[in-house]
Design a protein around this ligand. Structure first.
Ligand SMILES: *Cc1c(COP(=O)(O)O)cnc(C)c1O
Length: 853
């Protein structure tokens, strides 16, 4: 059609009785409160889907007559009243209502910085696991009433939209969001103007508009550079999530860290804990150090003061996955920053240095400028301790300060509402408040199998319905024929959901090995070929547009799925997002995950599946390394044990694929189809119940955030205060002491003064003496320590004994001694070491210095 198109949006007048729906639409509380979403959807299911489940966009487009009719409809008004009553009672909950021990002071505030937040499909500022985790973290912080504020970027385009053509080629497209439609509002300053902050980059100043998102009690502050004041190029900074080139990326990160810290200051917020969630946000330290230097602190003391209350969480187990910038690029920004601060660019560059590389590493920066650091599962904690061991070069990775807090998921977001009534009945009223208590979940066993299976079938049916409509849409868009569509959908029958459904959905990053299932197509054919025991595999996920190998995997799966013997048994669904994720994890029977060990930092989708009664079949990696439990009458899922480390890639894949096939063939499929007279397998139901009961209390967000509070946030707040007291006295003295120790350490040494006995009758003691060259350090600056080990006992604890200063040798070395009386008989081994020690240190090995005899 020709002619100019003029756009016009006609907004309904919301009747006064429905006025508070605006409030509901502007608080992401709806992302986990299903009745709220149900209320909107009930007005017009088609508009609800059209607006991608976005209540704010929905209210702007709703039909005037429909609104008016419902404003007089007692049933609708009753539902609205119930939703508002629960909304109000949630928001009236007391500050820190659900944090054990109330570990914070009145003015405490945790600022949580992250490059993406995945709260709901209606706010597309996330790409995957990291964002969903951050969104869940904010939701749980709200549930707990924590003093908490999120900080992120407001991308005009979120992550890309994925379409797959008939050959499985991924087509990425981007859409600019209409900010008016999104559940965010501009933050206003004291004079009622929209609040702007700025950052200074080499040769220019960039302004950012400050927005806020309400997530229950919690606010997330988002920065946006799409402003008149900025050049066209600077407007692009927040255009696209993980978009642009390296320059865009570093400027996004400077905006997030520096701009974010400034936005908090402009809002009058003074965080007492700063959480860098993944290295992208690490530049916040730069702004804090600048502001401390402007208060008169020397650079080193400012770093100590700032680091004392910073928590850093790393989320990847792949070193190449850590953010890097070239030295040249980083130097340009550092030089500019240093001009006004009196620090040399070399000092700043050193904060991100890595041995063997000239690149500036954001993870290294984050670790060096925080005092609490953690990975996201036990395995990942160990992997991170090794990857980052160079930051504490003389410390064994097993002892270095890298800690872990295992991830969790927000239960109200991911638990299908179909469970709620049954859980309430068998777990008791208030079960959600007791979700971290394992005893709370014993009641799952009491749910009658038929009830349990009935809910499972309902969830499966809902999934099949969604799959049907998605596959249909994909197929017809790709000019597929209707008869062929019937073939594809022959197993996808919402009226007959009783078939084994296995799901695999996540980013198609190569280490996730989505195609491992097809390692031996012949064997797979045999496994799923039995017409009496149908198996349906559902795949979904996006590959980063720059990730060719990832897109290749999608093509390969599509190609195999189109072979006659797999057709209709393996389906690839495009456009993985939170909506599809919620439906998938609730509706599959088995959730499959087979990454390359140990590269899955945690993984969280399996936790979502487990709480809905799906069974995990996963590599013993990430969270499943802790979650898998075969100690009961039935196991809570299936585990693929990593192949031995000495195998090469091909052998490893073959070995692990074999395990996967054996588990499918010998366990999963027979167990599912060992159906009794009621049409389900009692053993399967027992496993599913055990999966819910053992996994939900441990891998939920409340447990996770509670651990952050008890182990990281509360101590960080305390350390921050301690370091800042009396004009930053502790920060200053720790900085001076560290400088002194670092200078002396290369010349510090110790040697043994005697060759003691090698055999000892029980009850007698052994005199151990070492001489220590302290090179100007005082005896109290170091600890000399003896470690006793029992090598024949694999899991025996190491015992530690301090040596005490006892005199001086002729050559003016300090003598340290110990009379050791072993309490155990048998073969012992002991070693002696020395490390620097200061009472104000946060981790005893934070300096990374140690010498061994
Ligand atoms: C949970 C979730 C993820 C993360 O899943 P992993 O198991 O960590 O890969 C990614 N995307 C969406 C949409 C999710 O809901």
């Amino acid at each position: 059609m020709t002619g100019t198109v003029y756009k016009l949006e006609v907004n309904p007048r919301i009747p006064q009785q429905l006025e508070r729906m605006h409030e509901l639409a502007n608080n992401l509380w709806y992302s986990w409160d299903r009745p709220t979403r149900g209320l909107f959807a009930s007005l017009s299911p088609s508009l609800w889907n059209l607006t991608n489940h976005n209540p704010k966009a929905f209210l702007k487009r709703a039909d005037q007559k429909c609104l008016e009719a419902n404003a007089e409809n007692p049933i609708f008004l009753g539902a609205l009243d119930r939703v508002l009553a629960s909304y109000d009672s949630y928001h009236e909950r007391p500050y820190m209502g659900h944090v054990p021990g109330k570990p914070f002071q009145e003015d405490d505030l945790i600022a949580y910085f992250c490059a993406e937040f995945g709260l709901h499909e209606s706010l597309p500022i996330y790409s995957g696991g990291l964002g969903i985790l951050a969104g869940d973290h904010c939701k749980a912080a709200s549930d707990m009433g924590l003093p908490f504020v999120g900080v992120g970027l407001f991308y005009r385009e979120g992550y890309f939209h994925q379409k797959l053509d008939a050959e499985g080629r991924q087509q990425a497209s981007y859409h600019d969001s209409d900010f008016d439609d999104l559940p965010v509002s501009p933050v206003l300053d004291a004079s009622g103007q929209e609040l702007l902050v700025h950052i200074n980059l080499p040769d220019r100043r960039v302004f950012a508009k400050v927005w806020e998102v309400r997530v229950g009690h919690v606010r997330i502050i988002l920065l946006d550079t799409w402003l008149e004041q900025n050049s066209a190029q600077d407007r692009e900074i927040t255009h696209r999530l993980y978009g642009g080139d390296k320059t865009t990326r570093i400027e996004q990160e400077i905006l997030l860290g520096v701009g974010g810290a400034r936005a908090l200051a402009a809002l009058g917020l003074k965080p007492t804990v700063w959480h860098i969630n993944e290295g992208h946000a690490a530049f916040l330290i730069v702004e804090r150090v600048r502001s401390l230097i402007s208060e008169g602190l020397p650079y080193e003391a400012a770093l100590e003061a700032a680091a004392a209350n910073v928590v850093f969480t790393t989320h990847t187990a792949v070193p190449a996955g850590h953010d890097h910038f070239s030295e040249e690029m980083m130097r340009r920004y550092a030089e500019h920053w240093c001009k006004n601060v009196g620090v040399s660019p070399e000092q700043v560059l050193a904060l991100g240095a890595e041995p063997g590389s000239t690149e500036f590493n954001m993870t290294a920066l984050a670790v060096r400028t925080s005092r609490q650091h953690n990975g996201v599962s036990r395995i990942h904690g160990n992997v991170s301790a090794s990857i980052l061991a160079h930051l504490w070069p003389q410390i064994d990775p097993a002892e270095n300060p890298m800690n872990y807090v295992t991830n969790g998921v927000h239960l109200p977001t991911f638990l299908a509402p179909e469970w709620l009534e049954t859980f309430e009945r068998y777990l008791g009223i208030g079960w959600q408040e007791r979700q971290v208590d394992p005893g709370n979940w014993d009641g799952i066993r009491q749910i009658p199998d038929t009830t349990f299976w009935g809910i499972r079938q309902q969830l499966k049916s809902m999934l099949l319905q969604l799959v049907r409509s998605r596959i249909r849409e994909q197929h017809l868009r790709n000019q597929g024929s209707p008869t062929h569509l019937d073939r594809l959908l022959k197993l996808v029958d919402p009226c007959n959901p009783n078939l084994l459904i296995i799901g695999f959905a996540r980013r198609f990053a190569t280490y996730k090995r989505a195609a491992l299932l097809f390692h031996d197509p012949q064997w797979l054919r045999e496994i799923i070929g039995d017409p009496d025991r149908p198996v349906l595999f559902l795949f979904a996920g996006k590959a980063h547009p720059a990730d060719q190998p990832g897109q290749e995997i999608i093509r390969r799966i599509a190609q195999l799925a189109s072979q006659p013997e797999f057709e209709g048994r393996i389906l690839l669904i495009e456009g993985y997002d939170l909506h599809l994720s919620r439906t998938l994890v609730a509706g599959v029977d088995v959730w499959l995950n087979n990454p390359i060990y140990p590269l899955e930092a945690s993984g969280t989708s399996g936790m979502k599946a487990a709480m809905n009664g799906a069974l995990n079949l996963s590599m013993l990696d990430g969270w499943w390394g802790e979650g898998y439990d075969d100690s009961g009458e039935v196991p809570n899922g299936w585990a693929i044990k990593p192949a031995p480390g000495h195998l090469d890639e091909a052998q490893r894949d073959a070995e692990e694929a074999r395990t996967l096939y054996e588990i499918l063939q010998d366990q999963v499929i027979p167990t599912y189809y060992r159906t009794g007279p009621m049409g389900y397998s009692p053993e399967w139901v027992a496993m599913a119940k055990r999966s819910i009961a053992t996994i939900t209390p441990r891998f939920n967000m409340i447990r996770m955030v509670n651990e952050y509070v008890q182990r990281l946030y509360a101590p960080a707040a305390e350390h921050g205060r301690r370091f800042a007291a009396d004009g930053f006295a502790v920060a200053r003295s720790v900085a001076e002491w560290k400088a002194k120790v670092r200078a002396a350490w290369p010349r510090v040494s110790l040697h043994s003064l005697a060759t003691p006995e090698q055999r000892l009758p029980f009850g007698t003691s052994l005199r151990i003496e070492v001489a220590v060259q302290l090179d100007g350090l005082a005896p109290e600056d170091v600890v000399v320590e003896l470690l006793v080990d029992r090598p024949e006992h694999h899991s025996a604890d190491i015992l530690y004994y301090p040596l005490t200063a006892s005199g001086v040798t002729a050559s003016a070395e300090r003598i340290y001694a110990l009379d050791l009386t072993p309490e155990l008989c048998g073969k012992l081994e002991y070693r002696i070491r020395m490390y620097p020690c200061h009472p104000a240190l946060i981790h005893r090995f934070e300096l990374g210095l140690m010498v061994w005899l």
